[in-house]
Design a protein around this ligand. Structure first.
Ligand SMILES: Nc1ncnc2c1ncn2[C@@H]1O[C@H](COP(=O)(O)OP(=O)(O)O)[C@@H](O)[C@H]1O
Ligand SMILES: [Mg+2]
Length: 295
């Protein structure tokens, strides 16, 4: 076992000292030719979201380059690519979380149920309720477990105490956390383990009845067992929700997703069913990334 591990670590593709030169050569070639037409295998499932020639700038930094990407309904779509290639930026553009960052410029469209979320008159609060978000690090409020899940409902208003209690239970069940916390709902959320906190954040997102869950590397701060729980949960949630998940873990993309988009320096290089993207890449750069040649 340990021998196997050490031989894996010493393979030419994963050893930094031996591989550094090759890595750099590859990346230069990749970076200069990043702005290309997406190699697209269009999904057959109905679409929940479609971006059209989406461009995003932070000041002069062109972070998303003309990305047109379909996101099928009630499927898991994984976004992969090396660090800094725009995955989080793309994700945050879908529910207008970028609006709160100064000096951000966006052109193109994000169609959500065929309506552009950047059109005039869109209610951004309602939009973010319909597209919930889960971040890389679990970020529960310093409140009780119950209050964390009830939070969004109280802000929305119009729910009775018993409706709130029902929704809190349903959401905690939906996030596969109820059994672990039902006897300590009034205790602080900060006393939960990291994995439990992340499932609590998922419950918090579910409480306001979203249609889409946007997850930015939701398991990257968790241990392997907590990660598996989140991945199992994602399988369950797909029955009801459209999920977009950023991951830099390639195995995770193959385990949890039905579709995969591969980003490189802000461009969408390839999109298609996950098995096709991984087993029959249409772009050499996708293949190189999957083979661990860079990133
Ligand atoms: N709030 C921000 N302000 C300015 N530039 C940003 C901000 N967030 C990200 N960027 C830049 O946008 C590019 C894409 O970043 P990001 O979307 O975080 O990539 P990824 O999630 O793939 O690691 C990077 O060049 C990054 O430095
Ligand atoms: Mg990111």
């Amino acid at each position: 076992m340990s021998q196997q591990n050490s031989s894996l670590n010493n393979s030419p593709l994963t050893t930094v000292s031996k591989d550094g030169a090759i890595k750099r050569v590859n990346e230069e070639r990749l970076l200069t030719s990043a702005e290309t037409v997406t190699k697209m295998r269009a999904p057959t499932a109905p679409l929940k979201i479609q971006t059209n020639t989406l461009n995003i700038y932070y000041g002069a930094n062109h972070a998303i380059k003309s990305v047109s990407m379909p996101i099928p309904e009630k499927q898991v779509t994984a976004l992969m690519g090396p660090s800094g290639c725009g995955k989080s930026t793309f994700l945050k553009s879908l529910n207008r979380m970028l609006d709160i960052i100064p000096d951000t410029h966006i052109s193109g469209e994000v169609l959500f149920d065929n309506k552009n979320v950047y059109a005039h008159g869109i209610d951004v609060v309602e939009l973010r309720q319909r597209l919930g978000m889960v971040f890389q690090r679990p970020n529960p409020f310093p409140k009780s477990i119950f209050e964390n899940v009830a939070y969004g409902l109280k802000i929305m208003g119009g729910f009775s105490r018993s409706e709130i209690a029902d929704r809190v239970e349903t959401s905690l069940r939906g996030a596969a956390l109820w059994d672990e916390v039902q006897n300590r709902l009034n205790q602080s959320a900060l006393g939960l383990s990291g994995g439990q906190q992340q499932r609590l954040c998922i419950a918090r997102a579910l409480a306001v009845a979203p249609e889409v869950l946007l997850m930015d590397e939701p398991a990257s701060a968790l241990d392997p067992i907590a990660t598996l729980k989140i991945e199992d949960l994602i399988h369950e949630l797909r029955q009801q929700y459209t999920i977009v998940i950023v991951t830099h873990n390639l195995q995770q993309a193959t385990r949890v997703s039905q579709y995969t988009g591969f980003f490189l320096t802000g461009a969408l290089i390839e999109f298609g069913p996950t098995a096709d993207v991984f087993e029959h890449s249409l772009d050499e750069r996708t293949y190189d990334f999957i083979m661990g040649r860079f990133g």
